[in-house]
Design a protein around this ligand. Structure first.
Ligand SMILES: NC(=O)c1ccc[n+]([C@@H]2O[C@H](COP(=O)([O-])OP(=O)(O)OC[C@H]3O[C@@H](n4cnc5c(N)ncnc54)[C@H](O)[C@@H]3O)[C@@H](O)[C@H]2O)c1
Length: 324
């Protein structure tokens, strides 16, 4: 029996695939290797485990239901970790249809696949973005999530609702994971920590939105991978409605200016800051209440932002050149 990982060439998907292989699982990875950011980075992530005997890869668009089914025909799939999506809050203002395609149609294709294969558990990525401009902090799973600030957040909320309906209708065990600003080596070049790094290295000014008055619950990739694997091993049963959602964050919100200082220290250079207004689609702060994941999944994040940024910069310095 195999585990299907969608978005296997993505930041989180590549780490999760490696971790599953390391514990002896058979992994089938799918990804369409789109060019939202450098496909060379996606291929380089895959190269780190493509030769593992337990791994096979299919280049496929999950929004193409027939192609997705054909790609895994004849495979015995025990469970699915569904991480493929159009990510990024700001890009959802520029290219909304990319979100409809990958996050709505794509999620539905994965649900239909899970139904047709009768998989034991579908774990899927949700996001802190579904909390919108939630005023009550820290964000709890029981808080209202019907007032998104971006289309990205709206599609992730729609994913949770689609999953809830499939859990009820077809008794497919599912777990939705609301990730909070995941970062680390092999990360995403569209995210602030990476954009700032490249600009500081080139001596170019960085755009600091909302005059820097923002905070994020940054979560290191290794902690997230532990959370994903623990969730995978705990499929919700009938008593739990076959569907649960969990915050996977760090419960340690950090100011944007702290992130910039940590990058400056690690890079040994000062950032020239362009102080700007708030961007549409952005929220001022995120902060995860992770007590449910601690209690039910044994989730226990340990990496501080200072340590995580040092590890990211050490990795970035080891690259011969930036991925373009
Ligand atoms: N990184 C974060 O901070 C964060 C925060 C909240 C939620 N998430 C969610 O976690 C998941 C993984 O995020 P990530 O940071 O690894 O992003 P990522 O962009 O690095 O990975 C997503 C992968 O999915 C692939 N993909 C996109 N659309 C596809 C399609 N239609 N068919 C097949 N493959 C497709 C992309 O090529 C990419 O490799 C996503 O669902 C994202 O929305 C991430």
């Amino acid at each position: 029996m195999s585990i299907l990982v969608t978005g296997a060439a993505g930041f989180i998907g590549a780490y999760v695939s490696r971790a599953l292989l390391a514990r002896g699982e058979q992994v089938i990875g799918v990804d369409n290797l789109n060019d939202y950011y450098a496909p060379a980075l996606k291929r380089a992530r895959l190269d780190r485990f493509a030769s593992d005997k337990g791994f096979s890869f299919r280049e496929v668009d999950i929004a193409d239901d027939a192609a997705l089914c054909a790609a895994v025909k004849d495979e015995k799939i025990a469970s699915i970790v569904h991480l493929a999506a159009q990510a990024g809050v700001r890009y959802s203002l520029e290219n909304p249809f990319a979100y409809a395609r990958s996050n709505l149609l794509g999620h539905l294709s994965v649900l239909e696949l899970a139904r047709s294969l009768s998989v034991g558990h579908l774990v899927y990525a949700s996001s802190s973005s579904i909390y919108g401009a939630n005023k009550s902090i820290p964000f709890k799973e029981s808080d209202r999530t019907d007032d998104p600030v971006s289309l990205y957040g709206a599609t992730k909320k729609a994913d949770e609702l689609m999953s809830a309906s499939y859990a009820r209708l077809y008794r497919i065990s599912q777990t939705g994971l609301r990730f909070f600003t995941v970062y680390g080596p092999w990360g995403r070049p569209d995210m602030a920590y990476w954009i700032f790094t490249e600009k500081i290295l080139k001596g170019e000014p960085i755009d600091v939105f909302n005059q820097g008055a923002m905070s994020r619950d940054f979560t290191y990739i290794d902690d997230i991978v532990d959370g994903v694997l623990s969730a995978l091993d705990a499929p919700p049963n009938a008593e739990r409605g076959f569907h649960q959602v969990y915050n996977l964050g760090n419960d340690r919100p950090e100011k944007l200016m702290t992130l910039i200082e940590l990058l400056e220290n690690a890079l040994g250079a000062k950032a020239e800051k362009n102080l700007m207004g708030m961007q549409d689609g952005d929220v001022e702060r995120t902060w995860a209440d992770i007590s449910r994941a601690r209690r039910e999944l044994g989730y226990n994040p340990t990496v501080t932002l200072a340590d995580g940024i040092e590890r990211f910069i050490a990795w970035r310095r080891s690259l011969p050149k930036a991925f373009a």
